[in-house]
Write a protein that binds this ligand. Structure first.
Ligand code: UD1
Length: 379
């Protein structure tokens, strides 16, 4: 009997999580995979380039919901996703991460009686002003399978009353993609394009910046202060800043332009270019969730411009540091980090490129993934 698995992707950080799951579904006999793209992200730079870079086949359904307020976007995804579920009658709906598409698709599926598997379940920042935190809590409350990336997630789910039997510690699908793409990313010309090599063709020391959290970029005064501080840091360490559309909109309102020293603002980069840029970076400055994980695996020091993280393992492993949202603290933290020489940190357990296999093993009932025994292992 064929198991029909419907995978949902909507926004940039979803695509690298869905890619290895889709590949694993299609590699196995007895599974029919259906891919739905909600269209929460629709620009070439936030969506299409990821399909090309990660060789994801075209979606079976494109819902083309586009942008809107949270209520509008969530409602539109639900309205357009319901007929797909009704027509396809999948056995399982798989959602990833914490974006509006994750929560919207989960609500639709569960109300139609279709069980939901949440990949990257249990992460908690304990900051309910983050839209992603609400998406995580709601999705986890109604999912039937909770696939976790780190021990803290198991603890959070158990505390919220999710039965242990529904929690599977499997590792990190985003790292599956990172490992699969490293060699290919090395062939990206991005260092030459951004003039980050010296006369001997070696990478010069540089940092990478990404900022797109509403708390950092929607308030013009906060973003302005951060930009001033980045400009200051860039006099010591050249910084490359691929600018998210949300951030670009505020910068445009502010009429802000980088001074022509050190700080390069560029359009959002594709997966392979960004991976290569990160691999060779001296430092990452970010408020992203996923980049905290990628830098941990790549052993690149990461300064996270947030007061909380839902991914504490990255801090425990020694590669991530929460510097808060005060721009002055960021300058000090940068100086401290640059003063440090080469150092060693640890790697999270099970971030080994095999998370998708473990997830499909559980979903097809082949075996139960690593459980509490693995949770106990120190990073
Ligand atoms: C969304 C996710 C966030 C994720 C981020 C990655 C939610 C609540 N947030 O935030 O968790 O880290 O994606 O990028 O789901 N826009 C474009 N082109 C696009 C998409 C959006 O220009 O393809 C612009 C629109 O003007 C939109 C703004 O970017 O208003 C923000 O997009 P939106 O999807 O609302 O949230 P993100 O900030 O991207």
């Amino acid at each position: 009997m064929t198991t029909k698995i419907l995978l949902v992707a909507g926004a940039r950080p979803n695509f690298m999580k869905v890619a290895p799951l889709l590949r694993e579904c299609e590699r196995r006999k007895g599974i029919r995979a259906i891919l739905v793209h909600t269209g929460q992200h629709y620009d070439d730079g936030l969506s299409d380039v990821f399909f090309r870079d990660l060789a994801i086949r075209p979606p079976d359904y494109e819902l083309k919901v586009g942008s809107g307020s949270h209520a509008e976007q969530t409602a539109e995804i639900m309205r357009r996703f319901e007929p797909v579920c009704t027509a396809e009658k999948p056995d399982i709906v798989v959602v990833v991460g914490d974006v509006n598409s994750t929560m919207a698709a989960s609500l639709v599926a569960v109300k139609l009686g279709i069980p939901v598997a949440h990949v990257e379940a249990g992460l908690r920042s304990f900051d309910r002003t983050m839209p992603e935190e609400i998406n995580r809590i709601v999705t986890d409350a109604i999912a039937s399978w909770h696939f976790t990336t780190e021990p803290s997630a198991n603890e959070n789910l158990l505390r919220e009353g999710i039965p242990d039997s529904q929690i599977h510690f499997v590792g990190n699908v985003m790292i599956d993609t990172l490992m699969a793409c490293r060699d290919q990313a090395e062939r990206s010309p991005i260092l030459d394009v951004l003039q980050l090599r010296n006369g001997s063709h070696e990478a010069i020391p540089y940092g990478v910046v990404t900022l797109h959290r509403p708390s950092n970029v929607d308030i013009p005064g906060q973003l302005l202060r951060l930009m001033e501080v980045l400009q200051q840091i860039a006099t010591e360490l050249p910084l490359i800043f691929p600018v998210h559309p949300r951030t670009a909109a505020t910068l445009q309102r502010l009429g802000w332009h980088a001074k022509p020293v050190g700080l390069q603002l560029v359009n959002p980069l594709g997966y392979l270019d960004f991976l290569k840029l990160t691999v060779h970076a001296r430092l990452m400055i970010t408020d992203s969730g996923g980049i905290q994980e990628e830098t941990t695996i790549l052993q690149v020091p990461c300064l996270t411009v947030r007061g909380t993280t839902e991914r504490p393992i990255t801090v425990q492993c020694g590669w991530n540091r929460l510097v808060g949202t005060n721009p002055d603290t960021l300058v000090t933290a940068c100086h401290e980090e640059l003063a440090k020489g080469a150092r060693r940190g640890q790697q999270p357990p099970l971030w080994d490129g095999k998370a998708s296999q473990r997830i499909l093993d559980v979903l097809t009932g082949e075996k139960s993934a690593e459980r509490v025994s693995t949770m106990d292992s120190e990073p």
